[in-house]
Structures are given as C-alpha cells and as structure tokens.
Design a protein around this ligand. Sequence first.
Ligand SMILES: C[S@@+](CC[C@H](N)C(=O)[O-])C[C@H]1O[C@@H](n2cnc3c(N)ncnc32)[C@H](O)[C@@H]1O
Length: 242
Amino acid sequence: MKNSGYESARLLSEYLLFHYGAPREILPYDFGPRDALDFPRRCVTECLDASRRPARALDVGCAVGRATFELARHCEEAVGVDFSRGFIKAARTLQSAGELSYERVDEGALTTRCTAAAPAGIDRARVRFETGDAMNLPEDLGVFDVVLAANLICRLSDPARFLLAAPRLVKPGGQLILTSPHTWLEEFTPRANWLGGSRLQGLLEAGFTLERRFDMPFLIREHRRKFQWSVAEATLWTRLIS
Ligand SMILES: C[S@@+](CC[C@H](N)C(=O)[O-])C[C@H]1O[C@@H](n2cnc3c(N)ncnc32)[C@H](O)[C@@H]1O
C-alpha cells in the first residue's frame, strides 16, 4: 500500500479544521447540527473510561492528532499512528510548536487563513506521533491500556486483520474504542473485506467484552456551504482478562 488516500492539501485543511476548528469557524450559521462538532475530543470525553486510570494510549488512524492530545489529558503517554505522512507531519508540528496555520476553503479558490492550536492544559511531551500501518503495526509499540480507532476500519483494505491483531495491543482489562460510520467503499476496501452486520462483533468477541454501543454524529466541512454530516457507531470493548 503506497498511499492511504489522505495525502492531499485539501484533506489536510479539512482535517485540521475538523480537529481544531472553533465551532464558528466550522459552522458559520445559527442553525445546523452543533451536537456533531468536536468529534475527536468527544471520542475521548464520551468513550474513555478514565476511572481505570489508563497509563498508555494508542490512537490508530489519528490523522492530525486531536484525539491523541485529548488522550494525554488522562494518560502519561499517548501515541498517535497514521499512514498519512502529511497528517503526521502536521500533528508533529502541533506537538512541537503548539500551533499550525493553514488555509480553510470558503468557496472555490477563496480561502481564509486559520490557525490550529494544540489544546490547552495538556503536557505535549506526553504525546508522540508516528507514521505506520494499522494492519501491520510494529511489535515494539508494546501494549496499551486504551486503543482508539476512530473512523478507521472502513478506510482499511483489510479491517479484519487489524481487529484480529487488537487483542495483542490491549492489556487485559484495558479498553478498545471503535467508532465507524461504516462507509464501505471499494476504493478503500475490497467488497469481500467489508464488515457489515455482525462480522465486526464476531471478530472481536473471542478477545473482548462489548460494554456499550451508541451513535456519535460528526460534521466535516468541505466549504462554507457544504458539509458531510455522518453518524458513527461507537462500540466500547474491554479486553478479557484471560
Ligand atoms: C476517516 S479518517 C479518521 C481520522 C481520525 N481518527 C478522525 O476520527 O478524525 C481515517 C484515517 O485513517 C488513516 N489511515 C488509512 N489507512 C490507514 C492504515 N492502513 N494505517 C493507519 N492509518 C490509516 C488515514 O490517513 C486517515 O487519517
């Protein structure tokens, strides 16, 4: 696999806005689905069980890294991994410099200069970003108290391969957080590898208990008059002890 399909300047700008944009920068209207904003932060606030006092977190398919930073509010170490070099470069700039400016598309060639800022109140030294393939993660990443894969599985060529390897990534008693809008497309995943219906659960239940399933809306702005409103299915899993 040479490219995850997430290397363009347009997608970099869309994801910086999606992860770090203020509500008004994303949705400049008094109407619209406000409860769909701030998705990467909500992946942590609504899904992480902080009462388990997690120490190490992995955010697979982290894109430009907002959820990785949010995991570092609770964990001593948060590692973000993504296949896109452009996304990881941007995430690393946010980690080292604390901010990154970019052009938000307003309409056609009209843009506005915006600044993405790493969230305040987080020790950025706890965060690390690496390029990597979710279906072939290096052994030396180790094991984690929490693994988040937000809107990743329907972008993998072989999502089952990632899910079958998940038990060795999560410590016994640890958490696996999956969200997915299940937008299966042959452009990313050959049809034979789509995980519709109960296939996802079937792949995970040997190693995990399903704790909760719920819906999470999210909003990605393409330009000021066009948005993608999607609803991810969130499933929260606990790694079996033995
Ligand atoms: C739909 S985006 C979701 C990004 C982020 N988790 C979020 O919720 O905004 C999918 C992400 O998965 C990454 N990705 C695609 N294939 C991957 C792979 N094989 N390994 C790691 N990341 C991959 C893409 O580069 C992209 O950042």
